[in-house]
Design a binder for this molecule. Structure first.
Ligand SMILES: [Zn+2]
Length: 326
C-alpha cells in the first residue's frame, strides 16, 4: 500500500509545478508562505488550540505524521518526552528542523510504510494529511500499528457533508454529499485529488482499524474563514466553543477528531533512536552507522542527511518498494 497520488500536487499552494514537487508531495513548496496570511494565521492558531485540546496532556512519545514545517509543534512541544516528526518531503523536514528544537527526531518516510516499530508512540497527530490519501483504511491501520495500547490518534479530515458542500449540492454544483460509504474524490487540477470523507465513513474506518472514536469531542473549522469571524475566529473561549459546535454538528469543512487505540502492543523499551526504528521495506531491525541506518537482511541503507533520517523508498514501477538495494 502506498501513499496515493504521491506524484501529484495539491492546489492552492505555490511552486507546485516543479519537477521535484511532482515526485514528493509538498517537496519544494513554500508552505510557510501559504500560512503567512491574516485569515490563515487565525486558522492556524485556532487549529493548534483544537489539536491541543484533543491530545493527551502528556506522554512518552508523540508522532507528528505529515508534520510539514512543524506548524503544529507548539500544540505538543512541552507535553511529551520525545517527538518524532515524519514527512515525505525533505524540504519540509529541513524547515521543521530549523523551526523546532529539543527532543525531536526527524524522519522522511511514506506514511503507508513508516520505519517505526510497533507501539513506539503513545500519541499520533495526523492533521491535513488524510485527504491526500486514497487508501483511507490502510493508513489508519499503519497508524494503529505504531501506536501503543490506548494511544491517542488525532486526525483531521475534509468533511463531505459540510454546510458549504450541502449548499453547493443544493445549487447543483456538487455531487451528493450524504452517501457515507466511499470517500469522495475531487480532482483539483495538476493531477491531484482531494478526498472528502463522510463523518460516518471516518468513524467506521477508525473502528475497522481498531480505534475507539472519542464521542462528542469533534471540533470543526471552516478553513480560512476564521480570519473574518472576529472573536469567534480566535483560539479563545468563543472561538473554541464555535469549533466545538461546528465539529459536533459535522457542519464545517475541516473536522478534527480523536480516537484511542484498542488492544495491541505495549510500548517497547527504547533506549536509543535506533530502538524505535525498523526497515520500511522488510520490517527487520536496522543498525546505526556513522551516516545512516543499515538493514542487514535486505541490504538497504537509509542515510541521515542534514540531521534527517531518510527512510523513503524509491518509487518502483510495480509499487514494490523500489530499486534494488545497494
Ligand atoms: Zn530491510
Amino acid at each position: 500500500m502506498r501513499k496515493a497520488r504521491a506524484r501529484s500536487a495539491p492546489v492552492g499552494l505555490p511552486n507546485r509545478d516543479t519537477e521535484e514537487f511532482t515526485c514528493r508531495l509538498y517537496e519544494g513548496v513554500e508552505y510557510t508562505a501559504y500560512w503567512d496570511e491574516e485569515a490563515r494565521r487565525r486558522t492556524d492558531a485556532l487549529e493548534r488550540a483544537i489539536v491541543g485540546g484533543l491530545l493527551p496532556s502528556g506522554g512518552q512519545r508523540l508522532l507528528d505524521v505529515g508534520c510539514g514545517f512543524g506548524r503544529l509543534s507548539q500544540a505538543y512541544a512541552d507535553r511529551f518526552r520525545q517527538t518524532v516528526m515524519l514527512d515525505g518531503s525533505m524540504s519540509m523536514l529541513r524547515q521543521a528542523r530549523d523551526n523546532t528544537s529539543g527532543r525531536h527526531i526527524y524522519i522522511a518516510a511514506d506514511v503507508m510504510r513508516m520505519p517505526l516499530r510497533a507501539g513506539v508512540a503513545d500519541a499520533a497527530l495526523f492533521v491535513r494529511v488524510f485527504h491526500h490519501l486514497e487508501d483511507s483504511g490502510g493508513c489508519l491501520v499503519e497508524l494503529r500499528r505504531v501506536l501503543s495500547e490506548g494511544g491517542r490518534l488525532v486526525l483531521s479530515y475534509a468533511n463531505k457533508r459540510s454546510a458549504v458542500r450541502l449548499a453547493k449540492w443544493a445549487a447543483r454544483s456538487a455531487s451528493h454529499p450524504y452517501h457515507p460509504r466511499h470517500p469522495q474524490p475531487m480532482p483539483v487540477g495538476h493531477g491531484s485529488t482531494f478526498y472528502y470523507h463522510h463523518p460516518s465513513f471516518v468513524a467506521s474506518a477508525l473502528e475497522g482499524a481498531r480505534f475507539r472514536p472519542l464521542p462528542g469531542n469533534d471540533a470543526g473549522l471552516p478553513d480560512a474563514v476564521p480570519g473574518f469571524l472576529g472573536p469567534l475566529g480566535r483560539p479563545t473561549g468563543a472561538g473554541l466553543a464555535l469549533a466545538g459546535i461546528l465539529g459536533r454538528a459535522h457542519a464545517s469543512f475541516w473536522v478534527y477528531t480523536g480516537a484511542d487505540a484498542r488492544g495491541g502492543t505495549p510500548m517497547p523499551r527504547c533506549e536509543s533512536t535506533t530502538d524505535l526504528l525498523q526497515c520500511p521495506s522488510c520490517g527487520h531491525e536496522v543498525v546505526a552507522e556513522t551516516d545512516g541506518y543499515a538493514c542487514r537482511p535486505c541490504g538497504r541503507f537509509y542515510p541521515i542527511v542534514d540531521g534527517i533520517a531518510d527512510f523513503r523508498l524509491p518509487e518502483g514501477p510495480a509499487g514494490d518498494g523500489g530499486a534494488e538495494p545497494s
